[in-house]
Design a protein around this ligand. Structure first.
Ligand code: SDX
Length: 392
């Protein structure tokens, strides 16, 4: 207490808004999308249906699903001029920086998605962005490889379409591997929303100034890029590769993570809200196991991850601080098995989180949340008079 306000660095205990979208119980390690347990949704639903659920509040009837799906297919293209923007980036540009720029640039080609105020206008902007974002995510990957940019294929479902736009090789037939698409679909579902995390709060904050949806999501992409947030999935694999190269001594690296004089942290471990196992990590760990067996892949990184998890979960330091594997700890194992390069992992997170960002932005606007403007505790200089430079 400073007499003025209660200091809450990092909004650790701030109730920033009222929401009906996602509920998570950090102590029990439970997560619900619009009241449905994540375990049931991951098992029984699909990513397009989850997008509808988050955006509209209920599971769609067959007609509602077909209309939603049809609208997304209607917008399943991106203006050719956008290719000139992506061409301007060096191949070495990190895909998250390219994705954030392209998402904001998309505004210029979709004026209807800028000044939206009614629910109908917001739903249109949402369907436009959902359809076009799959291209942008696929194109950021193709850019890193210098491959031609593919347009969408409306004969496929949303995830198959993204997968084909990303991986179809020039002048070669392309086969959709159902095992791969199923793993991707599940991963995207598990990343779809997570209440007021850093990137979603960013989308809400930017949107609270009545900034358009595309530019608000572009800001969320930048927040997600950080290694303490969505960028952790890339950092986890880089950490596992480092430990493998260093001889695989997980005890040494767990000790480093505990050492306050060492900046090393166990990436993919710990969470602001979950003080128990992240329910998504449990589902992803099983999906990773199943996928590696289905594809006949032996991945040393998975072995090291499981050893790390075992050692950490038995260690006083991690137990005391309630540090468990989070959503990012195992997701990279799956992306790697699918042939997705490390620098694309966080783009996959962004593709998954897109419906959550949009649903939260829409809810904030429809509920009329005021512009975000938190206060501070001032610790700078007290009042003083200006001194001319000659006298300084
Ligand atoms: C995501 O919010 C969300 O919902 C996010 C997310 C989503 O779906 O949107 O779930 C996605 O971002 C998951 C988190 C991915 N990030 C990482 O895996 C990076 C590694 N984790 C940490 O940096 C950390 O755990 C955070 C950032 C996730 C949470 O940080 P907090 O809540 O600010 O906790 P803290 O930094 O204050 O840590 C508390 C204590 C500290 O020790 P003490 O000062 O008490 O001695 O735990 C320690 C920390 O040093 N600690 C760790 C650790 N995480 C916390 N020590 C070693 N390794 C770690 N990973």
């Amino acid at each position: 207490q400073t007499g003025l306000i209660t200091l809450d660095l990092g909004y650790k205990n701030t109730g920033a808004t009222l929401s009906e979208i996602t509920y998570l119980d950090g102590d029990k390690g439970e997560l619900f999308y619009r009241g449905y347990p994540i375990e049931q949704i991951a098992e029984k639903s699909n990513f397009t249906e989850v997008m509808y659920l988050l955006l509209h509040g209920d599971l769609p009837t067959a007609d509602q699903f077909n209309t939603f799906n049809g609208n997304i297919k209607k917008y399943n293209f991106v203006a050719e001029e956008m290719k000139k923007i992506i061409d301007a980036f060096p191949r070495s540009a990190h895909p998250m920086g390219v994705l954030s720029s392209l998402t904001s640039a998309l505004t210029a080609f979709n004026p209807k998605a800028v000044n939206v105020n009614s629910k109908e206008e917001m739903d249109l902007a949402a369907e436009l962005l959902i359809a076009k974002f799959a291209h942008l995510a696929a194109w950021t990957y193709r850019k890193t490889l210098g491959l031609p940019l593919n347009h969408g294929d409306n004969s496929l479902n949303y995830v198959e379409n993204f997968y084909k736009m990303s991986f179809r090789q020039p002048n070669a037939d392309f086969e959709i591997n159902p095992v791969v698409v199923e793993a991707l679909d599940k991963l995207l579902i598990l990343h779809a929303d997570h209440e007021q995390n850093c990137s979603t709060s960013t989308v809400r904050m930017v949107g609270s100034a009545h900034t358009g949806l595309f530019a608000s999501v572009s800001a969320g992409i930048s927040a997600l890029w950080g290694p303490l947030h969505g960028g952790a999935n890339q950092a986890v694999i880089e950490m596992l590769e480092l430990i493998e190269k260093d001889g695989g001594d997980v005890n040494k690296w767990v000790a480093k993570a505990k050492d306050k004089n060492d900046s090393f942290r166990l990436m993919g471990f710990g969470h602001r809200v979950y003080k128990n196992f992240d329910p998504r990590a449990k589902i992803i760990k099983k999906a990773a196991d199943d996928l590696l067996v289905a594809l006949g892949i032996e991945d040393k990184a998975l072995e090291i991850a499981m050893q790390l998890e075992k050692v950490a979960l038995e260690d006083e330091y991690f137990i005391e601080r309630k540090l468990y594997p989070n959503v990012d700890f195992y997701s990279g194992i799956i992306y790697r098995a699918l042939g997705i390069p490390t620098e694309m992992f966080t783009v996959m997170f962004a593709l998954g989180r897109l419906p959550g960002w949009i649903a939260q932005w829409k809810e904030m606007r429809l509920k009329g949340d005021p512009i975000g403007r938190p206060r501070q505790v001032y610790q700078g200089s007290q009042q003083r008079d200006y001194i001319d430079i000659a006298n300084r």
